[in-house]
Write a protein that binds this ligand. Structure first.
Ligand code: PEP
Ligand code: MN
Length: 338
């Protein structure tokens, strides 16, 4: 870090800062200028204490970071793309991944029909929420354990791998018995205790970006999973809250390109929560692939108009088939196979 002192700091004040830098575990290297002095504090900022507290001293003008705050998630620490093994399905390699299924698991008929349809169209991973994070407590909260049982049965019938959300620490153990990927939802993206519990399972985790989360905060949340010993992490851009009202959220495609640059972790895009409109899903998927996404997480329902959650953004079986066909030229353009 670089500590910038105020013009006119006295030699005693400079010495005071140098002493503090040592106490905080860094090696100080002062550069005494004519008008102003700066002190380079040498040490690994990612794991040492933050020196921003030094601005509490009157002679310190500012403290500047040199290194990124995330370490294990950064591309510097791991230049090659990470490929996550989801029970035999690789995510993040040359093969593009389609994850699809209903927002919520509603019934055996609904789930099994959707599983067959998305598999036939090219999906390898089935999504479906058994625990639903709903804005209102009066809305459908998910089938819970019965939903998990149906997801296991869908896997047995189709061979699709399962991604499903875990809402609380209390549920991690039993959701992990069913899930091939634990989904951390946007509302829990910075629930660090939940992340630590999920890390312990060693199961692949898909970490959604929070509703108003900065890219740095999202990567730092992924760092919690990695630092607690789980390397099987996927990032998921699912739109952020903005002032725009034509869409439910604003799908931040620049975040996809940035996350791919900054990190080696696979990046998945959820266009369904991303815009909240079925009619935009295909366009956003094409954009996501062009930005370098490694996969898509798409909500598909047999009859969206009757869905128990998120009906407005779920696409039909035909819609999903059209989507897989529509994105093929984009996959070819970025050298990805479907
Ligand atoms: C979902 O996938 O249905 C969901 C609730 O997602 P998010 O956490 O992104 O809102
Ligand atoms: Mn949903």
């Amino acid at each position: 870090m670089i500590i910038v002192l105020r013009p006119g700091a006295s030699p005693a004040q400079i010495d005071e800062v140098i002493a503090e830098v040592k106490i905080l575990g860094y090696e100080p290297s002062p550069i005494i200028g004519v008008a102003q002095t700066v002190i380079a504090a040498i040490g690994d900022e990612r794991t040492h204490q933050n020196l921003e507290s030094l601005t509490a001293l009157p002679q310190v003008e500012s403290v500047l970071r040199v290194q990124k705050r995330y370490k294990l998630a950064s591309r510097e620490s791991h230049p090659a793309n990470s490929v996550i093994d989801v029970a035999g399905v690789p995510v993040g390699g040359p093969q593009f991944t389609f994850m699809a299924g209903p927002c919520s698991v509603e019934s055996a008929d609904q789930l099994f029909a959707t599983a067959e349809a998305v598999k036939a169209a090219g999906a390898t991973i089935l999504r479906g929420g058994a625990y639903k994070p709903r804005t209102s407590p009066y809305e459908f909260q998910g089938l819970g354990k019965e939903g998990l049982r149906l997801l296991r049965e869908a896997r047995e019938r189709t061979g699709l791998k399962i991604i499903t959300e875990v809402l609380s620490e209390r549920d991690v153990e039993h959701v992990a018995e069913t899930a091939d990927i634990l989904q951390i939802g946007a509302r829990n993206s910075q629930n660090f205790q939940l992340l630590i519990e999920c890390a312990r399972t060693q199961k692949p985790v898909l970490l959604k970006r929070g509703l108003s989360e900065r890219i740095e905060e999202w990567l730092l949340a992924s760092e919690y999973l990695l630092a607690h010993g789980n390397p099987n992490v996927m990032l998921c851009e699912r739109g952020i809250r903005t002032f725009e009202t034509y869409t439910r959220n604003t799908l931040d495609l620049s975040a996809v390109a940035i996350a791919k640059k900054e990190s080696h972790l696979p990046v998945i895009v959820d266009p369904s929560q991303g815009c909240g409109r079925a009619d935009l899903v295909i366009a956003l998927c094409c954009g996501a692939i062009a930005m370098g996404a490694d996969g898509l997480l798409v909500e598909v329902h047999p009859t969206p108009a009757e869905a128990w959650s998120d009906g407005q953004q779920q696409i039909t079986f035909d819609g999903f088939r059209d989507l897989v066909a529509a994105v093929q030229p984009f996959l070819t353009a970025v050298n990805r196979t479907a």
